[in-house]
Design a protein around this ligand. Structure first.
Ligand code: MLT
Length: 389
């Protein structure tokens, strides 16, 4: 059986690595790896070798990976949607309560009084300073109803909150399916204007930069709490700081400390702990390793962020050719003519496309030559050809 070389750019939980099996050999040399497993390591300035076939991100966000550049080289990028969503949901609930109950100020008071012999009596006098509010009955706005937003909505409803969900990529039927007890909102301004807490769960992309900006904050209620367990670039943090200083925003809770927000009195910053649980790390590693293995061994794609999903099963014929190409008219005709002209019979063909990218899997009754492979690769719009078997 074919062996594959892979490398890891971050620590990947053993439960995942073990699933790769003995045909996957770990290498320290990135240039010779056919697969890369990564968590948060930044890949934007990395040289990409011709050997590389796939990158699997053990986590949801892919802003550390040059997804479009890799697509143009025929390198499939995977992520693990939902695998850490429970961990992030639990942290969102924890920070909702932290920001509501003045728990941090209270803990700090105790720390400042460790040498105070009258601490037990003083607590009873001082605690009124730290009285908070309950989250039950408050309005929570959720921007983004993917795996994390959906889980947050259910947990918040269970805690008695009135939940308002917004997501431009889903319709009402889907929203109802996510949570019947959530108010589905189609105008994001309604979230800004009405909610006591607003939490954002959208991917970081060019189009979502500053998704919450000064104008959005201007519409918000005085005393609003903004929660950001997604990525710092989603929020115009200078605008948030101004609103914190003016008392418009009560707390900004972020899982992404940076020089702008770390240390500000009303910013609660956490060191990117959203997915840092044993369970989430294991789930992400297992999913990422399964995706990588299935693609390298069989050519099937599940949960790619730059190519469509394709499932042609195991190859039951003489050979399987996988072609990663642009989604342009006439491509299938050109590819099948090349195969047909060589007198090779196509036993099964699967073609899938997503946005500008497509994958064609050809299961053939006879082997193709290196020359055939070169001819296929020379078709304009073809990024990569793989002979799987
Ligand atoms: C994610 O993108 O999955 C989370 O932010 C956690 C992580 O970066 O690993």
């Amino acid at each position: 059986m074919t062996t594959f070389k892979y490398t890891t750019l971050n620590n990947i939980a053993r439960d995942g690595i073990e699933r790769l099996g003995e045909n996957f050999i770990k290498t320290k040399e990135v240039e010779e790896a056919q697969g890369i497993l990564v968590r948060s390591a930044k890949m934007h300035n990395m040289e990409v070798s011709d050997q590389l076939l796939a990158v699997a991100r053990a986590g949801a966000g892919v802003n550390n990976i040059p997804v479009a550049k890799l697509a143009e080289k025929g390198i499939v990028v995977f992520n693990t949607p939902g695998a850490n969503s429970n961990a992030v949901k639990e942290l969102v609930i924890a920070v909702l309560i932290l920001a509501s109950r003045n728990i941090i100020d209270g803990i700090n008071w105790v720390q400042d009084n460790v040498d105070n012999p009258d601490i037990a009596a003083d607590v009873e006098k001082e605690k009124k300073k730290f009285a908070g509010k309950e989250i039950r009955g408050k309005k929570l706005g959720i921007i983004g109803l993917g795996a994390i937003g959906a889980k947050v909505s259910k947990a918040a409803v269970a805690l008695g909150m009135n939940v308002y969900g917004f997501d431009p990529f889903i319709d009402e039927a889907r929203a109802l399916n996510i949570n019947r007890d959530m108010h589905y909102i189609t105008d994001i301004n309604a979230i800004h204007k009405n909610c006591d807490f607003i939490t954002i769960h959208v991917p970081a992309m060019e189009s979502t930069k500053d998704y919450i900006d000064a104008e959005a904050i201007g519409q918000m209620k005085k005393g609003v709490v903004i929660l950001n367990m997604a990525r710092d670039v989603l929020i115009d943090e200078d605008a948030v700081l101004k609103a914190l200083d003016e008392g418009k925003v009560r707390y900004y809770v972020s899982d992404f400390p940076n020089p702008t927000v770390a240390g500000h009195k009303n910013c609660i910053t956490i060191p990117h702990l959203g997915a840092s649980t044993e369970e989430a790390e294991k789930n992400c590693a297992v999913m990422a390793c399964d995706e990588l293995k299935e693609y390298l061994v069989n050519g099937n794609i599940l949960n790619s962020v730059n190519f469509p999903n394709v499932d042609a099963g195991k190859c039951l014929y003489e050979t399987r050719v996988l072609i990663l190409h642009k989604n342009i008219p006439g491509m299938i005709k050109k590819l099948s003519h090349i195969i047909g002209d060589e007198g090779i019979n196509v036993a099964e063909m699967t073609n899938r496309s997503k946005n500008g990218y497509a994958v064609t899997v050809l299961d053939l009754d006879s082997k193709i030559t290196e020359e055939n492979k070169k001819t296929l690769a020379s078709v304009e719009g073809v990024f990569k050809i793989r002979i799987i078997k």
